[in-house]
Design a protein around this ligand. Structure first.
Ligand code: MG
Length: 373
């Protein structure tokens, strides 16, 4: 049997350009042509490999260059030569050798868990406390500035069994957002609707615009104003007739303490890229629930590799009750990096049961998509 005390001897990094099928606009910025991710592979003495992804967005979490530097210069020395069984102490050291760099730390923990799971013949969810669900309802985000293209996407995902969408708002004008809400409500009544401003509203306009969209009875309205505007979030929450969610305002457990204390929202988007890993994402979700908040499993602009890590985390976190947004690998990238398709069936993400993360990247594809260094 493979030995959990063997050493990690290989540490490889790829900085990828991931082409996408369309432009997408958000309150804080646009994606056009593609997005960038950083992939980490750890290899043990017996050749077992563990994988992780840092999904970076410079306007949200941080830059891909920062993730490369964190992984290559600061995290590599605390990993190479260590034993697989030292996962806890490696992640504890990671907190202090480089500040922030949450996507890089998430990639590292994903790769360590993948390794440990493959060695122990256990899925990652088993290492995170055990599975509480076999699949997770999928929400697809609607963010194309061309409305007709979004309508075509909604028809496609409806055929696939998806029944949740999140409308990205606050990147054009208010009439545009109202029109799209009305169209979705009228033409796609079988869908539940969520709204996400991605910080896109100005202070003086925020309350009225949120109230206007709340009239369409979305499940929730997410992050209408800038991340640091806690006081305004609290004010909006006090008048908003539908739940208010925090995303950019809450990265990890430390933000969650303050957000709950100040009552800025009714729920939170839990993302492994914000929290700095899978276990810290779980801690954030548990803290949210203890304050009566709801939670869903969010993502950044990711490939199927990061989706897998997120899926295992959500599978083992009972406090995340509102589904997930792991749709990029299926509906947004031109080609995913996983050798086999990221598992989605009838509008739900299927939780893998194979050891580790359950699937692996195609190394040839990584080489093709890698940036020249
Ligand atoms: Mg969001």
């Amino acid at each position: 049997m493979a030995d959990i005390d063997q050493k990690i001897v290989g540490y490889d990094i790829w900085h990828l350009d991931v082409p996408v099928v369309s432009r997408r606009d958000h309150g804080i910025g646009a994606i056009e042509g593609g997005f960038e991710v950083v992939v980490l592979r750890l290899t043990t003495e017996d050749g077992t490999q563990g994988w992780g992804e840092a999904s970076c967005w410079s306007v949200f979490t941080g830059s891909p260059e920062a993730s490369v530097a964190a992984l290559d210069r600061y995290l590599r020395p605390i990993v190479v030569g260590k034993r697989i069984s030292q996962r806890g102490s490696i992640m504890e050291a990671a907190k202090y050798v480089v500040a922030h760099a949450t996507e890089a730390k998430s990639a590292l923990e994903s790769a360590l868990l993948d390794l440990e799971g493959r060695i122990a013949c256990l899925p990652v969810w088993a290492l995170l406390g055990g599975k509480v669900r076999d699949d997770v309802a999928l929400s697809v985000s609607i963010a194309n500035p061309e409305v007709d293209d979004d309508i075509a996407l909604m028809e496609r995902i409806r055929d696939d069994g998806v029944r949740m969408v999140k409308l990205k708002t606050g990147f054009k004008d208010h009439a545009f957002d109202m029109m799209r809400c009305e169209k979705i409500r009228n033409d796609f009544p079988e869908f539940s609707l969520r709204v996400d401003y991605n910080q896109g509203l100005e202070i003086d306009e925020a309350i009225q615009r949120v109230l206007d969209l709340a009239a369409f009875q979305p499940d929730f309205i997410e992050q209408p104003v800038r991340a640091h505007h806690f006081e305004l979030m609290t004010k909006i929450r006090s008048v908003c007739p539908v739940p208010l969610l925090a995303d950019e305002s809450v990265f990890g457990p430390e933000d969650m303490v303050r957000a709950a204390h100040e009552g800025i929202a009714d729920g939170v988007s839990i993302k492994i890229m914000k929290s700095g890993g899978l276990t810290r994402a779980q801690a954030t979700a548990k803290m949210a629930k203890s304050h009566g908040w709801m939670a869903y499993g969010g993502d950044m602009h990711e490939t199927g590799l990061a989706h897998l890590a997120g899926t295992h985390m959500v599978a083992a976190t009972p406090e995340i009750m509102l589904g997930c947004e792991f749709y990029h690998a299926t509906y947004y990238v031109k080609q995913d990096i996983l050798s086999d398709p990221f598992p989605v069936k009838n509008g739900r993400v299927v939780v893998p049961s194979a050891p580790g993360l359950g699937l692996t990247p195609d190394v040839d594809r990584l080489s093709q998509m890698a940036r020249a260094t």
